[in-house]
Design a protein around this ligand. Sequence first.
Ligand SMILES: C[S@@+](CC[C@H](N)C(=O)[O-])C[C@H]1O[C@@H](n2cnc3c(N)ncnc32)[C@H](O)[C@@H]1O
Length: 192
Amino acid sequence: MEKSIAIAQARHPNAEFICERFGEELPFPDTSFDVFVTVDTLECIKNKEALLAEIHRVLKPGGEILAMHWDWDTQTYNIPTRDLARKAVRAFSDWKQPWMDEADGQMGRKLWGLFEGSGKFHGSSDAFCLIETEYEAGQYGYDRARDLSGLVEAGEFDEGEYKQFRRELSESHQGGEYFYSVTSFVYHGRRA
Ligand SMILES: C[S@@+](CC[C@H](N)C(=O)[O-])C[C@H]1O[C@@H](n2cnc3c(N)ncnc32)[C@H](O)[C@@H]1O
């Protein structure tokens, strides 16, 4: 996004930022990078094999790859109506938002197979679990629950169930029982 790139460039004038939409190629010469980092973007990429081939091409021999991705199906919300929590998590996980070419809410758990299985990289996997006990704007779990209103507007999630979900979350917070978690998986490897 141009706006975000402009902010980043202003904050870090010595770095070079570019705004590119990945199709089939990365606009960089062969073996030009020591490290390649990708965060929460892979699920949107249509041709993941092409991207892996491009990452392999632009990395120097032995160069590092660090790939991170939330696994949306690992979200947990502690509310009394457990099937409603399951339904909300599943709806969010399967949601293909307008700016995505593709969506895969289970991308996190697939990182290992994607990179290691390609034979182009060798590495290891790790996990990071975000845990929150505060339900208010700016908190990750709150913001994701609020995002579900987009699915209501699109007619893909029932409005009554959405309101009940938000109400139960607020009540669980008031009762001191609010608990949210989501897991991010990490693949850290080197170019084979
Ligand atoms: C969930 S955001 C993550 C952004 C950032 N990496 C972060 O961690 O905050 C996903 C990003 O992928 C970008 N994106 C989606 N499809 C893309 C594509 N084909 N090529 C490049 N970026 C893409 C979107 O513009 C969006 O900024």
